[in-house]
Write a protein that binds this ligand. Structure first.
Ligand SMILES: Nc1ncnc2c1ncn2[C@@H]1O[C@H](COP(=O)(O)OP(=O)(O)OP(=O)(O)O)[C@@H](O)[C@H]1O
Ligand SMILES: [Mg+2]
Length: 237
C-alpha cells in the first residue's frame, strides 16, 4: 500500500467571478521512504498540492489516500487530527515562536498532543541532537542563524513521529552553506526511513532528493528519478 495516493485530484479556487483551477486531474503515488521534490514555475500549483498532501486543505474533486484512508472527504476536525498525527511541516520562514527557546519550540507539538513534561523534554532533546543542535537548546530563535533556526523547525516537525515530512521551500531563506546543511539533514532522515516531500525552485536543491515531480499550469508534466544525486559530505551549491 502506498503511503500517499492521489487520484484524479482537482482544486478550484473561487474568487468571485474568477475561478482558478489550480490543480487539474493530478495522479500521484508516493511510497514510504521516498524523497521527492516538487518543482515548477510560480503559480503552477505546488503550494496548493502541498496543502492538500499535508491535509491543510481539501481537493474540490478526487480521492486522496493517506496510509490507506480516503482523507479527501474528512470533516475539518478529523482532517486536523490526521494532520497532527501524521504530518510534520517545515516552512520557508521557520515559523518558530520568538519568545520560546529552541527546546520549548520543539516541545510545542507534544504539548498539544498531551505528552508529560519529562517525556517531552527527552524527546525534544533527542530530536535536536538528531539535527545537530544538541548544544544550543536554550537559545531563542533570534540567537540562532537561519540554518540553525531551520534545524529547530525540522526537530519540531519530527517529535510526534510523523508518517511524512513536508516542506515548502525549506531553503528559500537560507544562504548556500546552510542550504547544503539542511539538505544533508533531510538526506540523513530519509536514510533512516523518513518519507520527505519538499517544494523547491532550485535545481541544485532538488538534486539532493531522489525524485523530481514537475508541475505546470496545475498539471504534472514530468516525474523522474534523480540521476547523479548530490550526496552528503563535501557538497557545494
Ligand atoms: N487561496 C487562493 N485563492 C485563490 N486563488 C489561489 C489561492 N491560492 C492559490 N491560488 C491560485 O492558484 C494557482 C496556484 O497557486 P500556488 O500557490 O499553488 O502556486 P505555486 O506553484 O506554489 O507558486 P509559487 O512558486 O509562487 O509559490 C495560482 O494561479 C494562484 O493564484
Ligand atoms: Mg508556493
Amino acid at each position: 500500500m502506498p503511503l500517499l495516493k492521489l487520484e484524479n485530484i482537482y482544486k478550484k479556487y473561487n474568487q468571485g467571478e474568477l475561478a482558478v483551477m489550480a490543480l487539474k486531474d493530478i495522479n500521484l503515488t508516493i511510497e514510504e521512504g521516498e524523497f521527492v521534490s516538487i518543482m515548477g514555475t510560480s503559480g503552477s500549483g505546488k503550494s496548493t498540492m502541498m496543502n492538500i498532501l499535508g491535509c491543510l486543505d481539501r481537493p474540490t474533486e478526487g480521492e486522496y489516500y493517506l496510509d490507506g484512508e480516503d482523507v479527501a472527504k474528512f470533516r475539518d476536525s478529523k482532517l486536523a487530527d490526521i494532520r497532527n498525527r501524521k504530518i510534520g511541516f517545515v516552512f520557508q520562514s521557520f515559523n518558530l515562536l520568538p519568545k520560546l527557546s529552541a527546546l520549548e519550540n520543539v516541545e510545542l507539538p507534544m504539548i498539544y498532543a498531551g505528552a508529560k513534561r519529562k517525556k517531552r523534554e527527552k524527546t525534544a532533546m533527542e530530536a535536536l541532537a538528531k539535527v545537530g543542535l544538541g548544544e544550543r537548546v536554550r537559545h531563542k530563535p533570534n540567537e540562532l542563524s537561519g540554518g540553525q533556526r531551520q534545524r529547530v523547525a525540522i526537530a519540531r516537525a519530527l517529535v510526534n513521529n510523523p508518517s511524512i515530512l513536508m516542506a515548502d521551500e525549506p531553503t528559500g531563506n537560507l544562504d548556500s552553506r546552510s542550504t547544503v546543511e539542511i539538505m544533508e539533514i533531510f538526506q540523513k532522515l530519509n536514510d533512516e526511513g523518513a518519507t520527505v516531500v519538499m517544494v523547491t525552485h532550485e535545481p541544485d536543491v532538488a538534486q539532493f532528493t531522489k525524485r523530481i515531480v514537475v508541475f505546470k499550469d496545475g498539471q504534472i508534466t514530468d516525474d523522474h528519478p534523480v540521476v547523479n544525486r548530490t550526496l552528503s559530505g563535501g557538497a557545494e551549491i
